[in-house]
Design a protein around this ligand. Sequence first.
Ligand code: HEC
Length: 154
Amino acid sequence: MNKRHLGLAGGILGLGLLTLVHAAGPRPEEAVEYRQSVYTVIKWHFSPIGAMIKGEIPFDAAAVSRHAQYVEMMSAAALDGFPAGSGPDAVQDTDAKANIWTNWDQFESAMAEFHKEAVQLAEIAKGGDAGTIRAQFVKTAETCKACHREFRAD
Ligand code: HEC
């Protein structure tokens, strides 16, 4: 590449970065991508805890604790993925129902409920007791189901 081409490439790169930085906010499709990714991570870490307490895979207290910490972290991140205007009327490829935004307080408290139980699960997991972990896992799973029943299309 000669100097002129390099300069051009640099200019285009610079413009791209500027667009990235100066964007007014995430596009609706990006919000959908973000929240679906967050839930993918949640499932990735939540499922093995379930498999362990069901005896499908060997119980490993350290692994449960690590997984539970990721679920806790993601439970705090999920709400960010639902900005106004990212519902099914704006994006085709989403299972989020429009009632999230018309019943925002209820949705927010369903998320808070999930977060509360996830924090508790991470706390209990540190103790490593299979029995109490099982009980708290079930409680947390109920908050997933409750929100999906109300706010996710299947
Ligand atoms: C407060 C509401 C709420 C809670 C709590 C919640 N979810 Fe969801 N979940 C949703 C919504 C809404 C979607 C649809 C997102 C979309 O398609 O835009 C979703 C989507 C998903 C998906 C599909 C992601 C994809 O790739 O499309 C998985 C998996 C999932 N949730 C798992 C869970 C698990 C596991 C829990 C609990 C540990 C949980 N969710 C808790 C609302 C919730």
